[in-house]
Design a protein around this ligand. Structure first.
Ligand SMILES: Cc1cc2nc3c(=O)[nH]c(=O)nc-3n(C[C@H](O)[C@H](O)[C@H](O)COP(=O)(O)O)c2cc1C
Length: 201
């Protein structure tokens, strides 16, 4: 069965442009894949904790006792969701030129040696090459000549690290600007989603 894994990262539930655009993406995607399963992981409603020392030790081979650290079980569950996904949809705001810590905490639990990547000849090899991804990012400003979005290149890099190299990024710009700019920014993002999913349908 085709599976979409949706990860939401905005701290806002009301008025969130990234969630709104992801809703549109999900509706279009499920219309194109009517028998698909959708798994939603909302990192604001159910935050993933920061990695802790026992979890890191267990990741890197420390003997796990009768009671493995809770972080390992959580990481196992998050990785199982990711492995089950044919397509990953990440919706996220741009916070302080980068990604929200809620999303980084999820990444720290799913990028795991021996699980989502392995090291061969001293080089990392991603294991999730069968998965594709769409990233929806909302930002208050607009992209300028000055680099002020470190989230987009980072997400491309870290997904690539675990083998997810087929990645499309859709950015909703100007969400903090006036109504005319906001509407224009949202319409452009919707059109991009429709082009992408229209091409798949
Ligand atoms: C803590 C914080 C930091 C932000 N930093 C930036 C930024 O660096 N660049 C930018 O263009 N917008 C920034 N914004 C604006 C958000 O990206 C914008 O409100 C976006 O629409 C949030 O996503 P959402 O609508 O899905 O909640 C910031 C907002 C917050 C709350």
């Amino acid at each position: 069965m085709t599976t979409l894994l949706r990860i939401d990262a905005s701290a806002r539930f009301e008025g969130s442009s990234s969630r709104r655009l992801a809703d549109h993406f999900q509706a279009r995607w499920t219309a194109a894949h009517p028998r698909a399963r959708v798994i939603v992981r909302d990192l604001a409603r159910r935050p993933v904790p920061h990695l802790d020392a026992p979890t890191i030790a267990a990741f890197y081979g420390a003997p796990v006792g009768a009671e493995p650290p809770a972080g390992v079980a959580l990481s196992d569950a998050l990785i199982a969701e990711l492995r089950a996904a044919d397509h990953l949809l990440v919706s996220s705001p741009l916070y302080n030129q980068s990604l929200p810590s809620a999303l980084k905490a999820w990444i720290d639990h799913v990028v795991r040696d021996g699980q989502t990547f392995v090291t061969r000849d001293r080089r990392p090899v991603g294991l999730l090459g069968a998965t594709s991804a769409s990233i929806v990012i909302a930002r208050g400003g607009v992209t300028s000549a000055r680099v002020d979005d470190f989230e987009t290149p980072y997400l491309r890099a870290i997904l690539g690290f675990i083998g997810i190299t087929r990645v499309e990024v859709i950015t909703v710009e100007a969400t903090a600007h006036d109504e005319a700019a906001r509407s224009q920014g949202f319409a452009a993002a919707i059109a991009q989603v429709d082009r992408l999913l229209g091409a798949q349908a």
